[in-house]
Design a protein around this ligand. Sequence first.
Ligand SMILES: *[C@@H]1O[C@H](CO)[C@@H](O)[C@H](O)[C@H]1NC(C)=O
Length: 252
Amino acid sequence: MKPLILLFFVCLLHISYGNSEVKLQNVFSAESLKKLYEALESSELRSDSSSVSPSSTAVINDYADNVISQVQSLIVEKGLDTVETPDAQLSFKRKFALITYKGSLKLTEGSVASVSSIKRDGDVVASYSNKYLSIQVPLRYDVLDVNYKYRAQIMKIHQTGRVIGKASSTTLKVDVGLNLTNLVVDLKEFALEDIGNIKLSFKGNKIDDWLLKIITNGLVPSFKGTIKKVVNEKLYDAVVTVVESLNKELHG
Ligand SMILES: *[C@@H]1O[C@H](CO)[C@@H](O)[C@H](O)[C@H]1NC(C)=O
């Protein structure tokens, strides 16, 4: 059995038995499973008769870390730790002393690095209610790097070089559910919550200050858009793949 399945059974046991430790190797013994179902049944009865606390919850950080490390490996295996990103072009306009200067910025050879560096951002909470287990997983990237070659043109001036944008603290909310009636796992929510500040650094030619300011204004939103796309496509795919493989394991 894969650790993912252990995750679900172990969190059920944690919910059923509160803080008492359950050894992994005992999880699948007939006796453990019998106790598990008895405990689930009685916890359901408690739920039904109590209007104050209709569900039980448990913190399952160790097991969540195990699953997250599988998501990380999957991203690396698929060659998606560094994702190439499409070329982009931004145009800008700026007024100096009654004259409006127009220019453009071409971005090529782009990539986002360290896509596998996703980690848990606080407690992972499992709640059980009406034969349904809901697991909230807060996730975070400490740093995500966006790297592009740029070519800036304003009137007849050209400047080229590389620009690296470091995004601090990108946070996500993921919610996974397990229906205990039919043992179907589904991804109920995958939401990119926040992309932190983006700090730009330029490599290559020294860039003029006034151009730097114009470029920065255009680059920050563009880099945020790039990060959003990479997380919503590549990380999302990895999470969906893990959920699918869990369903395959559960249903043979
Ligand atoms: C769980 O699955 C059963 C059987 O397919 C279904 O009737 C029930 O509505 C599902 N529960 C939830 C919360 O989706």
